[in-house]
Design a protein around this ligand. Structure first.
Ligand SMILES: Nc1ncnc2c1ncn2[C@@H]1O[C@H](COP(=O)(O)OP(=O)(O)OP(=O)(O)O)[C@@H](O)[C@H]1O
Ligand SMILES: Nc1ncnc2c1ncn2[C@@H]1O[C@H](COP(=O)(O)OP(=O)(O)OP(=O)(O)O)[C@@H](O)[C@H]1O
Lengths: 228, 228
């Protein structure tokens, strides 16, 4: 059982607890200073506490009730101080994974310095929603050929692409995609809304379909540039 | 050449134009009412305009200089009105793809109604950064086993997972992953920071490695529940 403490129930925190409510093996506690935010969230969590985390002693009182937690998530916009201070205190109390919605890259820099300066493995996982989303959509904005682009570490990525007309009507074996483009087609779908299907050597790609390919970023970029 | 107009250069817009600067086949124009925001962005774009989009005639003046654009991106926080009105005007001018940073789900509802109510294919692509990010991290928050979880449409997903100890030391052929768990392991890496490698039938998974698997959401959830 993973005990999770979610602090701050704005758009970010509230959406997270609704997603967690459908997952197995978790027990979620939530905290917010605002009554209305708590009311909208109580039904999704094990217990919901009212507290203002600007006061340093609030966290201690909450954790007396929850006991030790494995994971914390900080989604309190507004004052960076309450977020930074609360993250520090959670880390000192031995919480192993702390997801933090940071305001911007400078805020993230301060948080990372705190995390690295303390003993034990890094606990902070920083999220800057506007910046993270902008980086994720760049592929789709740049060309209509790309429907989704997901980074898999530094070198690789997965891309969902409109299937180039030249590739339609032939089997994957005939197309020799891995030899010619260094990409692996792992799935395909009839159109944007239809379910993904396994791709095998004898799959014949129909007109207007989409393909899901995995490969190095440079190979996907070359493929897109060739067919765009 | 994909002509892209980015309106609003806050955290979202600015990060987007820096990402687009390294992509082929795009020409980017940017607009912001704030001088400092423009100065930080000029070197990444073809041309940068100063204008306040609260005044409806501003967009017309800008598009006289840019000519027709294929794609627009709206990243102006603050007033929802300027965003909604500008999105409507871009759509009326025939811009085919309009990415819009919306404030929340109600704002998205209004935007979608405008988009559906007009002739031609849907042009709006709505992004709500806080909500989209919260949904994406739910898998990682729920269990430490999951390093990344990406939805591939309604049924499928890709998940990067810590390799369960029981699976280490055996080859993928021996493990019969597809037969036993209905998942396809497409890649693996020594540890969280090392590069992804192709997975083949004779790959032997080392202790402490991570695997990248693709499959139906329910099969990934069952796999995670078994080894968590
Ligand atoms: N010091 C605090 N103590 C407790 N709750 C707090 C504190 N500061 C903010 N919150 C709560 O966190 C939630 C999110 O805060 P706020 O709305 O200011 O940020 P936001 O960045 O707009 O959040 P989101 O983007 O998730 O909507 C609110 O429900 C607010 O009541
Ligand atoms: N009516 C407008 N006309 C032109 N530029 C605008 C207008 N409204 C906002 N902007 C610009 O859009 C950018 C983003 O706006 P703002 O900072 O209010 O939103 P935000 O939600 O904080 O953005 P982000 O989250 O991307 O930082 C700012 O640089 C601002 O100058």
């Amino acid at each position: 059982m993973n005990k999770i403490l979610v602090l701050g129930l704005g758009k970010f925190g509230h959406r997270l607890i609704t997603e967690l409510a459908s997952r197995e093996g978790v027990r979620v506690f939530a905290v917010d200073k605002n009554e209305k935010a708590r009311q909208a969230s109580t039904k999704y969590v094990h217990e919901c506490f009212g507290a203002n985390l600007d006061h340093p002693e609030s966290l201690g009182r909450i954790m007396e009730k929850t006991g030790p937690v494995d994971t914390a998530v900080l989604g309190m916009g507004g004052s960076m101080n309450a977020t930074t201070l609360t993250a520090l205190h959670l880390r000192q109390r031995g919480v192993g994974r702390i997801f933090i919605k940071a305001e911007d890259e400078q805020h993230a820099e301060v948080l990372n310095a705190i995390d690295r300066g303390m003993d034990g493995p890094h606990a902070f996982r920083i999220i800057i929603p506007e910046i993270d989303q902008a980086a994720q959509i760049a592929g789709r904005v740049a060309t209509d050929l790309v429907k989704q682009e997901v980074s898999l570490g530094d070198n690789w990525e997965l891309a969902e692409l409109s299937c180039p007309d030249r590739m339609c009507g032939k089997s994957l074996a005939e197309l020799e995609v891995r030899q010619r483009y260094q990409l692996t087609i792992i799935g395909w779908r009839e159109s944007g809304d239809s379910p993904l299907q396994h791709a095998t050597a004898d799959t014949i790609l129909p007109e207007g379909c989409e393909i899901t390919a995995v490969g190095e970023k440079k190979d996907i970029a070359r493929f897109v540039a060739e067919f765009d």
